[in-house]
Design a binder for this molecule. Structure first.
Ligand code: HAM
Length: 413
């Protein structure tokens, strides 16, 4: 039997509709906030991701899909958008374009143990603002996420957690305090965290290991080491969220799994997806573009997992306006002519172009969730009228073509 690769998924019918619905809500919200849609390649030189995500992140150490191409270049399937977007910003020298608001969506690849909501090929909707450091940009990005959550009807299922990781200076001070705390517990740390203690101790706070979690509970908090500039900045973000009535929890333990963040970080979490509690998250990354060799350029963004949103939304809304044409008797070609005419008028039509019994056609029309059916027999052709059935309530009426178009034009407005 041909198998699909572990952690990947095929989408058909309802699931694909749900996927497309989430993408369209995300794109629509991006347009409301004047974002431009951008696309970058699905693979990049491997070095990009190890530089951006940090040698001590799980994504780089365990999860990258890397391979040598025929020219012996090490390439990696993108595990996230942010690195690619920063690379594209630098390689296309887009400094004159700032502030840039960029929206993307598409597939990403991480070699993780598949579980509900955790895939090896998954999809994100991703928003980045490049070129501005301003707390109002941070709160606007969070509001975008909140608007998506509302548009998808998930207000009661998802909550916002927010924290500040402060500036470099705050983190250096904190790092020393954390290392001295962790040194006392080194023996009991997981093997991964013993390595992280040397390379990037703050990453230990994000460890999934139960033995690490027990130790971390009592660790000092980065929040307590924030500089006054970072604290003021964070307060301005919160103040603006209050102004727009966006509800949040300050979670002083939130550090996020990637290395590039500074100051504001946030996640939208749920308790409905087991271990995969983050529906999306992001934060500010003011030093990333500079550290990749670009001119120092502040930026902030977030991404949400489309599969996790799909698990929460469950069903796409039924908004279809699909008309099934059911030819009666020897009228298939007349039905095909009518179908083309309706399509020219921007009305979606379901009609199998091969012979089939009306009963069979009705069953298919139901399966495709046609909102209406047109029966086309000798009588209708003779009278020039349309026999229209509402598939939801079963009511039928005989109307002129003009009345039909009027009704459908109204529906599609
Ligand atoms: P992330 O937290 O690694 O952030 O991923 C964002 C979201 O992608 C997660 O909250 C989750 O919903 C989804 N996700 C991640 N891994 C998987 C997986 N294996 N299967 C299914 N869904 C997954 C980033 O990727 C950052 N680049 C976000 C960002 C943008 N920060 C600034 N700008």
């Amino acid at each position: 039997m041909l198998q699909k690769v572990k952690g990947t998924k095929d989408y058909f019918f309802k699931e694909q509709e749900l996927f497309d619905y989430i993408a369209s809500v995300a794109k629509n919200v991006s347009e409301l906030y004047s974002y431009s849609h951008c696309s970058t390649p699905i693979f990049e030189f491997s070095q990009l991701f190890s530089r951006v995500l940090g040698d001590s992140s799980d994504v780089v150490n365990k999860e990258m899909y890397s391979f040598l191409d025929r020219n012996n270049e090490s390439l990696t399937l993108r595990p996230e958008f942010t690195a690619s977007i920063c690379r594209a910003f630098i390689s296309n020298s887009m400094y004159q374009e700032v502030p840039l608001r960029l929206f993307s969506y598409g597939p990403l690849f991480r070699y993780e143990q598949p579980q509900t909501g955790r895939m090896r090929q998954f999809h994100q909707i991703n928003y980045e603002v490049v070129g501005v450091r301003n707390p109002l940009v941070d709160s606007e990005l969070i509001k975008i996420f909140a608007m998506i959550v509302r548009a998808l009807g998930l207000e009661d299922k998802v909550c916002l957690e927010i924290n500040s990781l402060g500036c470099q200076e705050s983190r250096t001070k904190y790092r020393n305090a954390l290392v001295s705390f962790l040194q006392d517990h080194k023996e009991n740390l997981s093997e991964d965290s013993k390595v992280r203690l040397e390379k990037n101790p703050i990453r230990i706070l994000d460890s999934k290991s139960e033995q690490d979690k027990k130790i971390i509970v009592d660790a000092p908090l980065l929040f307590e080491y924030l500089s006054s500039e970072s604290m003021d900045y964070f307060n301005l973000v919160l103040e603006d969220l209050d102004r727009f009535d966006v509800k949040y929890n300050i979670n002083k333990k939130l550090v996020r799994g990637l290395d590039y963040y500074c100051d504001t970080v946030f996640e939208f979490t749920t308790d409905l997806l087991g271990a995969q509690n983050a529906v999306g998250g992001g934060g500010r990354y003011d030093n990333l573009i500079g550290s990749l060799g670009g001119k120092p350029t502040p930026a902030m963004g977030f991404a949400a997992g489309m599969e996790r949103l799909m698990l929460l939304v469950k069903e796409p809304p039924v908004t279809k306006n699909l008309v099934a044409i059911i030819p009666i008797g020897n009228n298939l070609n007349n039905a095909r002519i009518l179908a083309e005419e309706l399509r020219e008028n921007n009305i979606a039509v379901y009609l199998e172009p091969q012979e089939a019994a009306p009963g069979k056609r009705m069953k298919k029309a139901d399966k495709f969730e046609a909102s209406h059916a047109i029966f086309l027999g000798e009588d209708e052709i003779g009278s020039g009228k349309i026999k229209l059935r509402n598939m939801k309530n079963g009511s039928e009426k005989l109307i002129s073509k003009e009345e039909f178009y009027n009704e459908f034009r109204r529906k599609s407005q």
